[in-house]
Write a protein that binds this ligand. Structure first.
Ligand code: BGP
Length: 487
C-alpha cells in the first residue's frame, strides 16, 4: 500500500526504551531480595553463555540515577522497566520487603521528576524461586494467587504515580522455553505440563487486570506479547492453510485469551484430540472473559514462514530446498505426546530476508504486517514494548561506538511504524529494546542492544561506565523531531 505522504506521529507519542529487572539490576541478594528462578538457573553450569549471570548485571540498582539522567539527556518520553517480584516478596508471598518497594518508588519518582513516563512491567520472567520450590511455580494456582497479591501491593503503592502497567512479558516465550524446550527455567520438556502452566498464567494475568481496574481506575494495563506474523512460503492453498494454522497456534492461542477472553476453538480442538487440553474449570472462563486490557503491548523482532507439513507431503522430505525445518516437527509419530504443530505446518527459511549475527530475520515490513493484523483482529490501542537489534559493538580507543547498523535497523522499523499509523493503526508508543546494554538471557553481555554502551563484558565487570553510542544521539534527534526526520 502506497501513501503519498505519511501521517505524523501523534503529539503525545511515547518515545521510549525498555529493560527488565534481571537483565540490568544486579544486587541479586541485596537489601532483602530473595532469589528468583533466574538467579538459580544462571548458576547451573552450561545453562547460559559463558556462564553469565545477572548477579551484577549493569548495576542499575545502584546506578539508576545516573541512568535516568542519561534518559533525560536523550529526551526520552517513556521508560519501560520491570519489577523483580522477589525484591518485593523474597518468598514470593507472605512478608513484604519494604526496601524493595522503596527502590521502585525511588525509581518512579526519579523518572517523573525528569518528565519520563514510567511503564511498569509486573512479570518479566524472574519468578521467586520460593514459589517454584513450594508450588512448582506456574503449574499451581497458588502461584497465580501469589501473583495477584504481589500486583495488589504494587497497585496500591504506585497506582497514583504510574499510569501504564504491563502484566506478563512474552508469555508465549517464557512458557515455551521453560516448559517445552527446557532452555529457560524451570527446565521442563513436557507439553501437557506446558499447557497446564500456560492456562494458570492466563488466569493470573486476567485476575491482575480485573483487580487493577478496581484499585487504579484511571490507569491503563495490558500484557506484552512477542508477536511474529506468519507468512505462507507459496500461494499453494495448502501452504496458505498451514500459515493459518501457525498463526492460530503461535499467536491467537494467546492473543484471543487476552483480548477476547476465550481460547480459539480450532486450537482447543487440536489439543483436545491429542490429550493436551489444559484443565479449565467452569469459573475460569468467567475470569478470562471479565479481564479487559486497555492496550496491547507488542514486542516485535521477526515473524516466521511455513509450508504444509511434512507428514502430509512425504515427497517434500526429500526436497533439499525445504530441509531446514524445526527439529520438533520430525518428532516420532509414536511419541505419546505428539506436538500439535507437527500435523499443522513446517517452518522454513524465508528466502527474501537477511539475518542478524544471531540468525534472527530482519523484516521491517513484517512489523507493519504485525501491527495491521493485530489491530484488525483485536482493535485495541497498541503500545510497542520492544523492538531492537542485538549486535556486537566495538568501543573505539576514543570511547565511541559507531553503531550505524543499529541506526539503520531502528530507522527502517520506525518508518514501518509510521506507515502503519498512516494505514490507520492506533499506536500509542514505541520502546526500543534496550536503553542500555544489558544481559541477554542466553547470549551474555556480548549481544548488545542498547543506546548506551556499558563497559563490561562476559568475563570482566570492568568499570561499568555508561557511554552513549551514535544511536543515542540519533534517537535523541528522532524524539526531538517527533519522528518527522525519519525519512
Ligand atoms: C525478548 C525479551 C527481552 C530481550 C529480547 C532480546 O524476548 O522480552 O527480555 O531479552 O527478547 O532477546 P535476546 O536477549 O535473547 O536477544
Amino acid at each position: 500500500m502506497y501513501h503519498e505522504k505519511l501521517d505524523p506521529f501523534p503529539d503525545n507519542f511515547l518515545w521510549g526504551a525498555a529493560s527488565a529487572a534481571y537483565q540490568i539490576e544486579g544486587a541479586w541478594k541485596d537489601d532483602g531480595k530473595g532469589p528468583s528462578i533466574w538467579d538459580t538457573f544462571s548458576k547451573i553450569e552450561g545453562k547460559t553463555f559463558e556462564g553469565t549471570t545477572g548477579d551484577v548485571a549493569i548495576n542499575h540498582y545502584y546506578q539508576f540515577k545516573e541512568d535516568v539522567a542519561l534518559m533525560k539527556k536523550m529526551g526520552l518520553k517513556a521508560y519501560r522497566f520491570s519489577v523483580s517480584w522477589s525484591r518485593i516478596f523474597p518468598e514470593g508471598e507472605g512478608k513484604i520487603n519494604q526496601a524493595g518497594l522503596d527502590f521502585y518508588e525511588a525509581l518512579v519518582d526519579e523518572l517523573i521528576k525528569n518528565d519520563i513516563e514510567p511503564l511498569l512491567t509486573l512479570y518479566h520472567w524472574d519468578l521467586p524461586q520460593a514459589l517454584q520450590d513450594r508450588y512448582n511455580g506456574w503449574e499451581s494456582r497458588k502461584t497465580a494467587e501469589a501473583f495477584v497479591n504481589y500486583c495488589r501491593v504494587l497497585f496500591e503503592r504506585l497506582g497514583h504515580k504510574v499510569t501504564y502497567w504491563i502484566t506478563m512479558n512474552e508469555q508465549n516465550v517464557f512458557i515455551s522455553l521453560g516448559y517445552r524446550w527446557a532452555a529457560h527455567p524451570p527446565i521442563i520438556k513436557d507439553l501437557k505440563r506446558m499447557y497446564e502452566a500456560n492456562h494458570i498464567v492466563n488466569i493470573a494475568n486476567a485476575k491482575a487486570i480485573t483487580l487493577f481496574h478496581e484499585v487504579v481506575p484511571h490507569g491503563k494495563i495490558g500484557p506484552s506479547f512477542g508477536y511474529g506474523p506468519v507468512y505462507s512460503l507459496t500461494s499453494d492453498p495448502r501452504d496458505v492453510l498451514a500459515a493459518e494454522n501457525a498463526e492460530s497456534i503461535n499467536n491467537s492461542w494467546w492473543l484471543d485469551v487476552y483480548c477476547k477472553g476465550k481460547y480459539p476453538e480450532f486450537v482447543l480442538k487440536q489439543l483436545g484430540d491429542r490429550g493436551l487440553k489444559p484443565t479449565i474449570l467452569k469459573e475460569d472462563m468467567k475470569i478470562l472473559a471479565s479481564a479487559k486490557p486497555d492496550f496491547l503491548g507488542i514486542n516485535y523482532y521477526h515473524g516466521g514462514t511455513v509450508k504444509r507439513n511434512n507428514i502430509e507431503c512425504k515427497e517434500d522430505r526429500q526436497d533439499k530446498k525445504f530441509s531446514k525445518v524445526d527439529p520438533y516437527l520430525m518428532q516420532s509419530q509414536e511419541d505419546p505426546n505428539p506436538s500439535p504443530e507437527m500435523a499443522m505446518f513446517s517452518s522454513v527459511e524465508n528466502p527474501y530476508l537477511e539475518k542478524t549475527a544471531w540468525e534472527w530475520e530482519i523484516d521491517p515490513v513484517g512489523f507493519r504486517v504485525a501491527l495491521r493484523r493485530v489491530q484488525a483482529k483485536y482493535d485495541l490501542p497498541i503500545l510497542i514494548t520492544e523492538n531492537g537489534l542485538g549486535a556486537v559493538d566495538e568501543l573505539t580507543a576514543s570511547e565511541e561506538v559507531h553503531d550505524t547498523y543499529r541506526i539503520e535497523y531502528l530507522q527502517e522499523h520506525l518508518l514501518e511504524v509510521q506507515q502503519a499509523i498512516t494505514d490507520g493503526v492506533d499506536i500509542i508508543g514505541y520502546c526500543a529494546w534496550s536503553f542500555t546494554d544489558l544481559l541477554s538471557w542466553l547470549n551474555g553481555y556480548k549481544k548488545r542492544y542498547g543506546f548506551v554502551y556499558i563497559n563490561r563484558d562476559d568475563f570482566d565487570e570492568k568499570n561499568l561506565a555508561r557511554i552513549p553510542k551514535d544511536s543515542f544521539y540519533w534517537y535523541k534527534d528522532v524524539i526531538q523531531a517527533n519522528g518527522a526526520n525519519l525519512l
